[in-house]
Design a protein around this ligand. Structure first.
Ligand SMILES: [Zn+2]
Length: 305
């Protein structure tokens, strides 16, 4: 069985490499300057201080790992609202992508598994970039800001999504496919779960334990700017863990208020509600037939505690 799977994976890799070899990749600089809000400044010293923490908190972008533009920053939501930002959704539910040839085979497979998972669990389809269409995702190990980060929704043109490969010190963004799924979900238009305006009913924020400069990462949005169709999701792959941006170990920054909830967030795979949320954003639940299909897939394959 393993033999068959290994042969299949290698065949897929070879096919993808053939595809990549036919297209001319743009030059990607080691240092990126993604457009971000003026008040989400990047500070190299502070980023260094956070190096022992989760790789998502390191880039110093909006809420750690989102490269934002001012217009979205003002109206950010749990998922982009289709009526306000229709242009931020990927056209025809299709995302052309390139995985950087700088990744080694193991990391390439991890990223590819994340893509394949979303392709199976939702009606969104990631397809290898043909070298022609103007909007596509470039999955690349950017050196600065390093870490795992993404724009939210379709930015237009070649759009970087950074996944830092493992080093001797850390698996960084590619210990499993979960962090890649998290960033891909940002690229599709999903925000962090703990940003919901009603989150105070479900979690407690501990401002005294947050690195002062990053307190804004725990802000929530007003009801006017936020809409969502699903229950608060403690299991979400888009939820911060208890210690994100903490000033020290044993000092949680966010804890559950609901009894019985022991863990916040995870980076293994889409939860049931993550899966439904993504399908909902891309209209996969509009048609009764596809609705039944994706409800079943999300229910059976999504993570729930
Ligand atoms: Zn994130």
């Amino acid at each position: 069985m393993c033999k068959v799977r290994c042969v299949l994976v290698i065949a897929v890799l070879l096919l993808n490499n053939v595809c990549i070899s036919r297209v001319v990749l743009p030059h990607v600089p080691d240092i990126m300057h993604p457009p971000i809000p003026e008040d989400a400044d990047i500070d190299a010293d502070l980023i260094d201080q956070l190096h022992d923490q989760d790789p998502e908190v390191r880039p110093g972008l909006f809420q750690g790992d989102m490269a934002m533009e001012n217009d979205i920053y003002k109206y950010w939501r749990i998922g982009l609202r289709k009526d306000i930002f229709p242009e931020k959704l990927w056209l025809n539910k299709t995302v052309p992508y390139v995985i950087s040839p700088l990744y080694d085979v193991t990391d390439y497979v991890t990223i590819y598994r994340a893509i394949r998972t979303i392709n199976f669990m939702t009606c969104v389809k990631f397809i290898p970039w043909n070298g022609k269409v103007s909007d596509y995702l470039l999955i690349w190990p950017i050196k600065y800001p390093a870490g795992c980060w993404s724009f939210v929704g379709r930015k237009g043109g070649s759009q970087i999504l950074s996944l830092q490969p493992p080093t001797d010190r850390s698996t960084n963004c590619l210990g499993n496919e979960g962090r890649a799924i998290h960033e891909l979900m940002h690229a599709l238009g999903i925000f962090h779960e703990h940003s919901r305006w009603d989150r105070d009913r479900y979690v407690k924020i501990h401002p005294e334990n947050i690195v002062p400069r990053y307190k804004s990462n725990f802000q929530k949005q007003s009801p006017e700017n936020t809409s969502f169709s699903f229950e608060y999701d403690f299991d979400s792959i888009m939820h911060y863990g208890k210690n994100y941006f903490s000033i020290g170990s044993g000092k949680p920054t966010i804890t559950p208020k609901v009894s019985g909830v022991k863990k916040l967030g995870q980076r293994k795979g889409m939860s049931v509600l993550d899966c439904l949320k993504l399908n909902d954003l891309y209209g996969c639940l509009d048609n009764p037939k596809t609705r039944r299909k994706y409800f079943s897939i999300c229910k059976f394959l999504g993570i729930s505690s």
